[in-house]
Design a protein. Sequence first.
Length: 82
Amino acid sequence: MPKQVQLSDDAYTTLSALKAPGESFSDVVRRLAAKKDLMALRQLGPRIRGWDDALLHRRGAEADRRRLRHLLGEPGRRVRKP
């Protein structure tokens, strides 16, 4: 059963640009949601001022390493920054 969704003009323009020939808007949403492709999802809207993807991923990786060291019982040590 079809549902109506309201989009801002810029969101519609972005979604329309991601639509391949012969693909419906529903197909685009399904494709993006199924892939969980964060790089594609970044294109869906305006960037948040001050948002830093690299910093977010780096902090997540550091937290994962700390948790892994804790689970393995290894003593804490600093990880060299690139």
